[in-house]
Write a protein that binds this ligand. Structure first.
Ligand SMILES: *Cc1c(COP(=O)(O)O)cnc(C)c1O
Length: 362
């Protein structure tokens, strides 16, 4: 057995669309696939505007820049997330303020967000981690009460829903990632979505070197080159055509793991509230933290690749100068395992993974 934790499924029109880019020589960032991918993706999520970018980290950076986040500002970010959520804030010169997570859903804790608001808070960044939506009613209410922006980090939650609405359509602006292991992929890629025309225009302006609208080669701000290639967008479009199938299978995989791991001293990440949890990565938390690394080793010896859940960022060297305890983030970061979760995973492989976990505990 040799089961990897993730691999993309590329069985649709990926080859056809990429070959079209090559045949027509539209291989750089101009070309129809960029526009088509942005348009269809924003339509899928349910926002008015969308634009493709180089990757998810830079999608977050652009979203923050478009909101005017910079030095002297604070942005509230969960500690239990991927490093890019915090780093994107750091790039702007703003300070990252960490909050703890909820024990049941593993998402940003709204009461901690409320506690961490100061006069310098400019934005809140809910991260819909591992495919589970954050408590958006609570977070949007806090944002409105304190008049701060909301940037959704949807990198791990493409197609996830909260109260019947897709994540990425709640806040002021949202960022998505299409890295090779995300629910749909471009290889490397990202997207910024918003319902606000001004924010959208600012994102396009900044990502295209700050090019002025009415004069060629005239730049009126210091911008960046954060553009996606037409080739990457071609892959993204082909992936988007298959998204319902991917998400259905991921939810099925989660249900199989949940069923087969019942009764063992691990907790499978569950869905809490009126949400559609798309299970980017099916994750378990070991009831005894000491089991985490030895269980991972045991699975590795049996040909099964896993990943540890994210280490809480507030404990990493560049973010720990003002250490404050975040007990739930710390527990989840040190007890969690991401199990093989890619859409082409077979039922028999899930059986095998669960049998191995059972054997470890017996
Ligand atoms: C993957 C990911 C990102 C960054 O996306 P890249 O495309 O890898 O730059 C940001 N936030 C979260 C939560 C992610 O999982």
């Amino acid at each position: 057995m040799n089961i990897s934790v993730y691999k993309p499924s590329l069985n649709g029109n990926e080859k056809k669309y990429v070959n079209d880019c090559l045949d027509t020589t539209w291989i750089s960032s101009k070309g129809k696939y960029n526009d088509m991918f942005a348009e269809r993706f924003s339509e899928y999520i349910g926002t008015q505007y969308g634009t493709t970018v180089t990757n998810g980290t830079l999608a977050l950076h652009l979203a923050l820049l478009a909101l005017g986040v910079g030095e002297g500002d604070e942005v509230i970010v969960p500690s239990f997330t991927y490093i890019a959520s915090a780093n994107a804030v750091k790039y702007t010169g703003a300070d990252v303020v960490f909050v703890d997570s909820l024990e049941d859903s593993w998402q940003m804790a709204p009461d901690d967000v409320e506690r961490k608001i100061t006069k310098n808070t400019k934005a809140i960044m809910p991260v819909h981690l591992y495919g589970h939506p954050c408590d958006m009613d609570a977070i949007m209410a806090i944002a409105r009460r304190h008049d701060v922006f909301v940037i959704e980090d949807c990198a791990e939650a493409i197609g996830s829903e909260y109260n019947g609405k897709k994540v990425g359509s709640f806040g002021d602006i949202a960022a998505f990632s299409f890295f090779g292991n995300k629910t749909i992929t471009c290889g490397e890629g990202g997207m910024v979505l918003t319902n606000n025309k001004t924010l959208f225009e600012r994102v396009v302006h900044i990502k295209g070197q700050g090019l002025a609208t009415h004069r060629e080669y005239w730049h009126d701000i210091v911008g960046y080159n954060y553009r996606m290639t037409n080739i990457a967008a071609a892959i993204g479009l082909a992936q988007l055509e298959q998204i319902d199938k991917f998400i259905d299978r991921k939810m099925q995989i989660a249900a199989l793991y949940t069923d087969k791991l019942y009764g063992l001293p691990v907790t499978v990440h569950k869905s809490v509230g009126n949400v559609k949890h798309t299970y980017w990565m099916v994750s378990i938390s070991c009831q005894n933290i000491e089991d985490r690394d030895s269980l991972r080793n045991y699975l590795k010896e049996n040909g099964i690749e896993t990943r540890p859940t994210f280490y809480p960022i507030h404990t990493m060297p560049m973010y720990s100068h003002k250490y404050q305890s975040h007990p739930v983030a710390e527990k989840l970061g040190w007890s969690g395992i991401n199990l093989p979760s890619y859409p082409d995973l077979k039922d028999s492989e899930i059986d095998y993974v669960c049998e191995c976990i059972k054997k470890y505990f017996s």
